[in-house]
Write a protein of this length. Structure first.
Length: 440
């Protein structure tokens, strides 16, 4: 939490803590809600609407409001648990306020930690193992929790999968999300705390992994369950610190949801929604990196642009679903021919672009010829599309020189245009002998 937000937040928390001790649990919780609303309005009046446009700042404000509410309920509950009347405490009131302040500062530090972590890991290909470590760190610093095991609930199954990869042959790699305590937590969304629930606390579906389950809570987005966190030991008294545990549960849930939305936002920005391929901007970014690596290793490369002629007739006739189906199937054919080191994207509505790495001229023409043979069979099916769809390809090779990506793309687009004007399937600027050998 930055200084501009912390300075007005800290006296509000202190006031709610003292008021909760004086008023008791019910009124203390109500006081916390009112002061939390005051805190949100104060931040909006001070920082303006820009605070709601940054996920990190918005998460900090919401966490501060949750901490204020938790302080009101916690202070009142602590006063009633210790048998003190709803009056000024006679024994060292400053000690309780200092204890609550330390806890809230720890929660505020957790928000700052996640804000910095998200900036560092939002572009990771797989940020979940690092998020696993973040959850363990936050739970230990706030509740002294150990033996923590975060799990994701995958949409295609009913098993919880660890965020961090473990030995695939380990019998406790997955946990059943249907039965027992964990299943009840996932279904209902209500947390389980061993000291507050009588009966067994063993974890079904994970023999030997966690002998005793001290705490288990689900992370949700509305009614959708994102995952669950299993804790073997908690270093604070759960009955006396239930408000703290609830606040930490909400914090972890907000962290989880924010990370998932960041991943979805990144995927939406990088991939075309219809074909699933890279967008033009994303293709140019990643292909430029790939081409640079090829030049460093003196590897040949080639760029091919494939255009579908007749797509406009489908769209003009109002058959957009058919046009989308055609784009999806063409994309599937192209994905089946590219290698992990190659790059594939959708250049615009009717053209696709590919960068082949470590291919010389004859191999590039051979690959393109195979692709065009399959695409002709797909696009030439008039019974499906009911419109003549022509496929043409323009290909440009780097040769012995090291042209930049934009030059290669521009040349391949020119060759694609030449193929259309000359009514050819493939046009390239590679060696004429190789073109003849490929049957162009």
């Amino acid at each position: 939490m930055n200084l501009a937000l912390f300075l007005p937040w800290f006296p509000v928390v202190l006031a709610v803590g003292v008021g909760g001790r004086l008023l008791g649990r019910g009124r203390g919780f109500a006081l916390g809600v009112l002061c939390a609303l005051f805190w949100v309005v104060l931040v909006h009046a001070t920082a303006g609407a820009a605070v709601w446009q940054r996920p990190g700042m918005m998460l900090t404000v919401l966490a501060g409001a949750a901490a204020i509410i938790a302080m009101g309920g916690w202070a009142g509950e602590s006063a009633e648990t210790r048998g003190t009347p709803a009056a000024p405490a006679a024994a060292a009131p400053g000690a309780g306020v200092a204890e609550h302040t330390a806890t809230l500062e720890c929660l505020s530090a957790a928000c700052d930690t996640f804000d910095d972590w998200l900036e560092d890991h939002r572009n990771d290909a797989n940020p979940w193992p690092a998020f696993d470590e973040l959850i363990r760190t936050v739970l230990y610093q706030s509740c002294r929790a150990t033996h923590v095991r975060p799990f994701r609930l995958l949409s295609e199954g009913e098993e919880l999968t660890p965020l961090r990869d473990v030995d695939p042959f380990h019998e406790a790699r997955r946990v059943n999300a249907r039965d027992g305590i964990v299943g009840e937590v996932v279904r209902s969304g209500r947390a389980y705390v061993a000291d507050c629930h009588p009966g067994t606390s063993e974890v079904p579906g994970a023999p030997g992994a966690v002998d005793r389950l001290a705490w288990c809570f689900a992370c949700s987005q509305g009614t959708e369950r994102l995952g669950a966190v299993l804790v073997g030991q908690v270093g604070v008294a759960p009955q006396r610190n239930r408000a703290l545990l609830r606040t930490v549960e909400h914090l972890i849930g907000m962290f989880w949801y924010t990370l998932r939305e960041a991943i979805r936002s990144r995927a939406a920005a990088l991939h075309d929604p219809v074909s699933g391929l890279l967008t033009r901007e994303a293709f140019l970014h990643f292909a430029e990196q790939t081409l640079r690596e090829s030049h460093q290793h003196a590897e040949p490369s080639a760029v091919a642009v494939i255009g579908l002629e007749g797509m406009r007739a489908l769209n003009d006739a109002g058959r957009w679903e058919v046009a989308d189906d055609l784009v999806r199937e063409v994309s599937a054919v192209l994905r089946g021919k590219v290698r992990p080191d190659d790059r594939l994207g959708r250049f615009d509505g009717s053209r696709f672009i590919m960068l082949f790495r470590r291919v010389d001229s004859d191999l590039a023409l051979l690959i393109v010829s195979q692709i065009m043979t399959r695409l002709k069979g797909l696009c030439g099916d008039l019974t499906r599309w009911r419109e003549p769809i022509e496929v043409r390809c323009g290909i440009a090779g780097g040769g012995s020189s090291t042209p930049d990506l934009r030059a290669l793309v521009s040349r391949s687009l020119q060759q694609n245009r030449r193929a259309r004007l000359e009514e050819r399937s493939i046009a390239s600027d590679l060696e004429p002998a190789l073109e003849a050998a490929a049957g162009v």
